[in-house]
Design a binder for this molecule. Structure first.
Ligand code: NAI
Length: 302
């Protein structure tokens, strides 16, 4: 039997929730009892323009269904506005249990043609924006001794995608931020995870064909995110979700080889590449410290 996940008494901040995936997360968490801060700058896919109505419309939807929500139009790259958003959340609802860093934009170009202004803007919104929002809730969550933070990474971030060096770097950066914040938040019961969605939204409607878009209904992502928002959430995991399929993506390290002193040459690395890359007994490494310990142990065993 499955217990119903209820968020009564909890408060969630969701960035970029005026449309697309974020709006669905907001509606579902509100329906399950959470008070929700619906943040959205209300710009276009490339991050130009702004309008407060995107967030307000979703708040009206939540209220019409009997839920509690407030709208916020902060640009997630504006530190003062982000701090004000969190202060308003605490003032209105008393606490912050959940942060979903979901706001994002696209400025795709092959790297040869990419102007650095479009590199910077994409990294700023996804990576720095998430850092600012996380920083603003971090001490609130530490004092509460509870928090659930979701970073929105992407298959482009964990696997790469042609034309998305800026976006992929930012999305991989979020995964890196999760790895460390999950360690630092552990003793305060702050769990930090990533969702890696694929979904038909305005962001992807121009890149995917109609058949694919139909399979990739954004509603399929919501259960995965709501799970990561719950008390049952793991920590430091990447949950991949698309078309009703849910998988765990993780980085593993091979057992590799140990070369004796004097044998440590580039020629020896080349000659042993097959063994270095052999995935037999490859395993995830829990932290940088554990990773170094593993290598030192391999030396001791040799
Ligand atoms: P979307 O364009 O519908 O949603 C993004 C929202 O973020 C928009 O409502 C936009 O106004 C808001 N936003 C953009 N810049 C902002 C800023 N500076 N401050 C506040 N709000 C801002 O697209 P979608 O697909 O719902 O994307 C949601 C997240 O999921 C993004 O982070 C995206 O990169 C990620 N994602 C989506 C995938 C997909 O297949 N749709 C695949 C992988 C990741």
């Amino acid at each position: 039997t499955q217990e119903t996940m209820n968020f009564a008494g909890q408060v969630a901040i969701i960035t970029g929730a005026g449309g697309g995936l974020g709006r669905l997360y907001a509606l579902e968490l509100a329906a399950r009892g959470a008070a929700v801060v619906v943040n959205d700058l209300g710009g276009s896919v490339d991050g130009s323009g702004s309008s407060a109505t995107a967030a307000e419309t979703v708040v009206e939807e939540i209220k019409a269904a009997g839920g509690r929500a407030i709208a916020n139009a902060a640009d997630v790259t504006d530190e003062a506005a982000v701090n004000t958003m969190v202060a308003e959340a605490v003032e209105a609802f008393g606490r912050v249990d959940i942060l979903i860093n979901n706001a994002g934009i696209l400025r795709d170009k092959s790297f040869a043609k990419m102007e650095m202004v479009n590199w910077n803007k994409v990294v700023d919104v996804h990576l720095n924006g998430a850092a600012l929002c996380t920083k603003a809730v971090w001490n609130v969550m530490k004092e509460q001794g509870y928090g659930r933070i979701i970073m929105t990474t992407s298959p482009s971030g964990i696997y790469g995608n042609f034309g998305q060096a800026n976006y992929g770097a930012a999305k991989a950066g979020l995964w890196g931020m999760m790895n460390t914040l999950g360690l630092e938040g552990a003793k305060s019961n702050i769990h930090v995870n990533c969702i890696a969605p694929s979904a038909g939204t305005r962001m992807t409607e121009t890149i995917m064909d109609a058949g694919t878009l139909k399979m990739l209904a954004p509603e399929n992502i919501t259960p995965a995110v709501v799970f990561l928002c719950s008390q049952a959430a793991p920590t430091r995991k990447v949950l991949v979700a698309a078309a009703g399929t849910y998988t765990l993506a993780e980085m593993v390290e091979t057992q590799g080889i140990h070369l004796a002193e004097g044998d440590r040459t580039p020629e020896a690395i080349a000659a042993n590449w097959g063994r270095i890359a052999d995935r037999t007994d490859a395993e995830p490494v829990n932290s940088a410290m554990e990773g170094v310990a593993k290598l030192v142990k391999a030396m001791a065993n040799a």
